[in-house]
Each structure stands twice: as C-alpha cells, then as structure tokens.
Design a protein around this ligand. Structure first.
Ligand code: NDP
Ligand code: GDR
Length: 346
C-alpha cells in the first residue's frame, strides 16, 4: 500500500486530494494544526477511528513553523509521497501578516524539504506553487514565464519554488512544482472572491443579506475546478522524471464577469447588491492571470473539463443548497461526491 503525507489536509485542496488518494488505495497521513475549535470540517466525512483495522486516514498535529516536528513525523510515517499544500494562502492577508506569510508559505517549504533530507527517506515531493508568482508579467503564462510577484504571498511562493528546484538539482530529490492557477469549489474558503460571491448570492436570494462589499472587479483570473487540479498534482508525482507544470483552464474572466454569472444564475440583478469597499483593494494588484497548461496536457495527459461559467453555477447551487442545512455546509457536497455523511441526522 502506498503511503502519502499531506500538509494542509484541512484546506480545500487537501480535502479533495485526501479523497482522491484514499480512493486509489493509499494510506493517507495529514498534518493538522492544534486549534481551540475543530478545524477538520472538510475532512470529517473521511475520518475513521484509528483503532479500526481498516482505517487508512491518520491525522497528526504539527506546523510548518516547527522543523523538528516535521523530521520526527517523516521518520515515523516513512511516506512514499509528500504533498506540501499548507500555507497562509490569502494574498490580501499576506499584506497584513507579511512575516508570518514568509515564515509559513516560504520557509515552511524549506523546513519540509530539509526534514525529508534529514529523515533520510526516499519519497516524491510536491510543492503547491502558484500563478501569483507571475504577478505583473502579462499573460499568457507558462513554465517559461519570468516571475514578478506582487505580494508577500507571491514572493514567499517564489522562494518555495526555487528551494524545491534546488533540492531536486542539488540532492537528486524527486521534487516538483505544480504552478496552479486559481481553482475553486464549494469547499473554497469563504473569503476568496468566488466563494464570497456565491455565498452572498445564496444569502441575498434567501433574504438573509442585501449587499456584498467588494474590491477590484477588473482583475482577470483563470478559475478552474479544484477536484480536477488535485488529480493533476497526483499525476505530477507519477511521471518518470521530476518536472514543473502549470495547471490552468486558459479561461479569461474578470471578477465582474464571475459576479454577473453567479447573480444571473440565481435570477438576481448584481448591480442592486454589489457595493464597493476599498478595504478589499490590495497595495499592489495582479491584473491578469491566464494560464497555458499545454505542457501538462502533453506530458501528463491532464486537461480540465469544468470552465469558469460552469464553476460559478456549481458553486451557487451548492451554497443555495447548503443554506437549507445551515451549520452543516459540506453535507450536500459530500453527497454529490458520493461520500457517506457521518453523524448527520439527515
Ligand atoms: P487553504 O487556505 O484552503 O488551505 C491551507 C491549508 O494550510 C489549511 O489546511 C491550513 O490549516 C494549513 N496551514 C496554514 N498554515 C499552516 C502552518 N503554519 N502549518 C501547517 N498547516 C498550515 O488553501 P488551498 O487548499 O486553496 O490551497 C492549497 C495550497 O495551494 C496552498 O499552499 C495555496 O497557497 C496553494 N495554491 C492554491 C491555489 C488555489 O487557487 N486554491 C492556487 C495556487 C496555489 P487550517 O485549516 O488549520 O487553517
Ligand atoms: P487570489 O484570490 O488573490 O487570486 O489568490 P482571491 O479570490 O482572494 O482574489 C481574486 C481577485 O479578486 C479581487 N477581489 C477580491 N478578492 C477578495 N478576496 N475579496 C473581495 O472582496 C474582492 N474583490 C475583488 C482581488 O483583488 C483579486 O484580484 C488565490 C489564492 O488561492 C492563492 O493562494 C493562490 O495562489 C492564487 O489564487 C492563485
């Protein structure tokens, strides 16, 4: 049985990747942070009592700021594959918490790579790199495009990208960068723009809210569907040779286009409900990210199916549905994904 360690397993991508790997028969280990409240809602439907002899999902406390803990865990788990998805992943927040973002999103990757080396294990390593590294370099962007990050987050990801390449070249590690453009889902964090919009649409339609306050509507993004992107991560670690790959749809939507699509899908006029608040602007904005994923298609056979307009409709429908089950937001998505809903009083 192959064994994987996922950092960031409680996040959007970590939860989909855990499902994918469990479905492929892996034993999956996840790094979680100790918090004063439960932070595992995205993976609760996957959890099995570790005393169950059939259990294949195991969670371990740890943090990317704690290098010694990472060495201990890697030594204990002896994974075949390590997926580093953990990060302070919010671009706007990285301007408020630049040092913490650098420590987690940048140095955290170095600590994990170094832990792999110190634990002396043979494993394949995936680094969650980002289209934010391209920043101000105009689209289309691919693996050859120069980086020009426009935020502490983007700069931290550039550092993590280069240390990943350095460990590949310096120590012969199978270490790869997946340079992923924005990817979303009903499990997307509520403060990223797509989910903020689709959640607002559901609440406005239900009469719970009247307005949503937003920043720059002119930014162009290439939004894909997260479950398809975690499949791409896995494919990168199955290739014969370690290499870096862009994953993207090639789509070209402004934030305003996404807003219009989402509101129209619920039969609402967006102009009556969207208001401007400068607090959502960034000191430096990334104006346009449009990815060219032709290398991933050619080498990995990876090609996205869901385009941005369909994604917006999937997310609106899920948020409308989840309001009917207030307090249990993942239940409908779990059903859609075909997973049993543990502990729900249907
Ligand atoms: P999320 O913000 O949903 O998840 C981030 C995860 O990292 C959470 O599990 C979080 O734990 C964990 N985490 C944060 N800080 C630490 C830390 N110091 N130590 C250990 N764990 C930590 O991100 P996504 O799932 O959307 O993204 C996954 C990765 O891919 C991130 O690295 C992100 O930067 C990158 N990325 C994402 C893209 C996207 O469009 N989604 C595009 C390109 C790259 P907790 O739940 O406790 O907060
Ligand atoms: P991004 O995602 O910065 O691209 O990073 P986000 O959804 O936060 O912003 C996308 C664009 O929307 C504009 N915007 C707003 N954004 C937010 N969050 N809230 C608003 O109210 C709002 N109004 C307008 C932003 O200015 C921006 O242009 C995401 C993260 O997942 C990163 O971790 C990942 O690396 C990149 O995608 C690729």
């Amino acid at each position: 049985m192959r064994r994987a360690l996922i950092t960031g397993i409680t996040g959007q991508d970590g939860s989909y990747l855990a499902e994918l790997l469990l479905g492929k028969g892996y034993e999956v280990h996840g790094l979680i942070r100790r918090a004063s409240t439960f932070n595992t809602s995205r993976i609760d439907h996957l959890y099995q009592d570790p005393h169950d002899p059939e259990a294949r999902l195991f969670l371990h406390y740890g943090d990317l700021s704690d290098g010694a803990r990472l060495v201990t865990l890697l030594h204990e788990i002896q994974p075949d594959e390590v997926y580093n998805l953990a990060a302070q992943s919010h671009v706007r927040v990285s301007f408020d918490e630049p040092e913490h973002t650098g420590d987690t999103t940048g140095l955290g990757a170095m600590r994990l790579l170094e832990a792999v080396r110190m634990a002396g294990i043979e494993c394949r390593y995936y680094q969650a790199s980002s289209s934010e590294m391209f920043g101000a370099t105009p689209p289309p962007q691919n693996e050859e495009t120069p980086f020009y990050p426009r935020s502490p987050y983007g700069a931290a990801k550039v550092y993590a990208y280069w240390v990943t390449r350095n460990y590949r070249e310096g120590y012969g590690m199978y270490a790869v960068n997946g340079i992923l453009f924005n990817h979303e889902s009903p499990r997307r964090g509520e403060t990223f723009v797509t989910r903020k919009v689709t959640r607002a649409v559901a609440r406005i339609q239900a009469g719970l809210d009247d307005y949503v306050y937003m920043g720059n509507l002119d930014a162009v993004r290439d939004w894909g569907y997260a479950p398809e992107y975690v499949e791409g991560m896995w494919r990168m670690l199955q290739a014969d040779e370690p290499d870096d790959f862009v994953l993207a749809t090639g789509g070209n939507f402004t934030v305003r286009d996404f807003v219009v699509t989402a509101f129209e899908h619920a039969g609402l006029d967006w102009e009556k409900h969207v208001r401007f608040d400068e607090r959502y602007l960034r000191p430096t904005e990334v104006d346009a990210l449009i990815g060219d994923a032709s290398k991933a298609e050619r080498v990995l056979g990876w090609k996205p199916v869901v385009q941005t307009d369909e994604l917006a409709r999937i997310m609106v429908d899920a948020d409308i549905e989840s309001l009917k089950h207030a307090g249990r937001p993942w239940i409908d998505q779990c059903r859609l994904d075909g997973w049993p809903v543990l502990g729900s009083a249907e």
